[in-house]
Design a protein around this ligand. Structure first.
Ligand SMILES: C[S@@+](CC[C@H](N)C(=O)[O-])C[C@H]1O[C@@H](n2cnc3c(N)ncnc32)[C@H](O)[C@@H]1O
Length: 194
């Protein structure tokens, strides 16, 4: 089911959910770094309803951090420090209202996360942090946790308003030439096939 999603296009949402469903057979849990109000998180929780996998979602709950030079773009003017702020309690209440299992919800900056804040193994990870540092820090912390045949999807990889996302992903991919990548609208899908 695709519900209303303010942050991700309908086509992208369909692609994310299709991919997540395919990861139900991969060992490990689902992770979303940058959940905001939880629009995509609710749909991922729905995908997981009859499985024994858990959903883990992360956000500063203080909105976006400071931009870095890698993020500079005239089109990206509206993305400012503190934008997209929501409370952790509001997000939790949305799951309760929807009658869905409440995920593990962690508040904090991605730069402060350690592998202990993450599940043992990750089958599917959605990264949606908008900025260079956020994507770089997210990829760094999930790296060792990704299961074989798991998938990482990064939003805004091809969004000219948020150029830091592509820079961070490209740097991370540099020493991983065997990983299979595909793009769809602004998304990049990275399959962990080695
Ligand atoms: C575009 S929104 C996420 C939208 C959400 N994935 C969805 O599908 O509805 C980006 C979120 O990432 C969070 N964020 C960005 N950089 C972060 C960082 N470095 N640490 C923690 N949270 C961060 C922001 O607070 C914001 O809520």
């Amino acid at each position: 089911m695709v519900w209303k999603n303010d942050q991700v296009s309908e086509g992208e949402t369909v692609r994310i959910l299709e991919t997540a469903r395919k990861c139900l057979g991969v060992p490990g849990d689902f992770v979303e770094l940058g959940c905001y109000k939880g629009d995509t998180s609710l749909m991922l929780a729905d995908v997981l309803e009859n499985s024994n996998k858990k959903l883990w979602i992360y956000d500063s709950f203080e909105g976006l951090p400071e931009k870095k030079s890698q993020d500079e773009s005239l089109l990206g003017e509206p993305f400012k420090k503190g934008e997209l702020s929501v409370s952790k309690r509001e997000v939790k209440e949305r799951f309760l209202r929807a009658g869905l299992k409440v995920p593990v919800i962690k508040k904090g900056w991605f730069s402060d996360l350690t592998t202990e804040d993450l599940p043992e193994k990750i089958a599917f990870c959605f990264l949606d942090g908008d900025f260079y540092d956020s994507i770089r820090d997210g990829l760094k912390v999930i790296n060792e946790k990704m299961a074989r045949n798991g998938v990482i999807m990064v939003h805004d990889y091809l969004n000219p308003a948020l150029p830091g996302v592509k820079t961070a992903v490209s740097e991370w991919l540099k020493d991983k030439p065997s990983l299979k990548i595909e793009t769809f609208e602004s998304l990049i899908k990275i399959s962990i096939n080695n």
